[in-house]
Design a protein around this ligand. Structure first.
Ligand code: SAM
Length: 205
């Protein structure tokens, strides 16, 4: 089967079978990246790589990770197609496992699997099922993200109103000096929120 195609601005990508197809959440992240040329960015869960490629296109030095081998291979292929393979270091692994202990980033972004859904559900999918309350990956990410940020670094996290956004807001308030909802999109069954948090405190979640 031919791969599906997706795009943002002048970046075009292909999306192979078994890899998350860019959707409203992906485009929201692309739209609000606000890259400062030369800064370092880490994307956790890069899927087909559209967000990472947009960031690299805007001047970021990117590390893109995903636990799925298909996603990692798809991101490398799309980075090559967009002549940005030298700007995106693609690594396979769970959350921060592929990141060296001493590595620090100006920006960390994540569009996690955020919908409630367990492995017992027939429709379970690694790309969007975040466990019983939808927070498995979100909470694990929040518990570790500040360890890999520069002192004035920031985080962008997309989430649905279906997986307790108040809990995320409280965690960000504890972990960061400032946090806001940078963008919001309403659908008839949920809201999509883009959180931005800046300057990590020495706090734990
Ligand atoms: C909702 S998709 C987002 C993909 C892409 N960032 C986008 O916005 O189109 C979530 C991605 O996270 C990956 N993922 C899920 N759990 C993960 C984990 N624990 N560590 C790393 N990646 C994970 C999935 O394989 C999937 O590619």
């Amino acid at each position: 089967m031919n791969p599906v195609e997706a795009s943002f601005s002048d970046v075009r990508v292909v999306v192979h079978d078994g890899v998350y197809e860019p959707a409203e959440d992906t485009l929201m992240l692309c739209e609000y990246l606000d890259i400062i040329p030369g800064e370092t960015m880490l994307e956790i869960g890069c899927g087909c790589g559209l967000v990472s490629i947009v960031a690299a296109r805007n001047g970021a030095a990117v590390v893109a990770t995903d636990k799925s081998l298909a996603a990692v291979q798809n991101t490398r292929e799309n980075a090559r197609r967009n002549a940005l393979l030298d700007k995106i270091d693609v690594r396979q692994g769970q959350l921060f496992e592929p990141i060296r202990e001493e590595e620090r980033f100006a920006l960390i972004v994540i569009n996690p699997p955020y919908l409630p859904g367990t492995r017992e559900d027939p429709a379970y999918d690694n790309a969007w099922s975040g466990g019983l309350d939808g927070r498995e990956v979100i909470d694990a990410f929040l518990a570790q993200c500040t360890n890999f940020l520069e002192n004035d670094g920031r985080v962008l996290l997309v989430q649905s109103s279906l997986s307790n956004t108040d809990k995320t807001q409280k965690a960000l308030d504890t972990l960061f000096h400032s946090s806001t909802i940078k963008a919001e999109k309403r659908f008839f069954y949920e809201r999509l929120l883009l959180f931005e948090a800046q300057r990590p405190r020495q706090a734990t979640y």
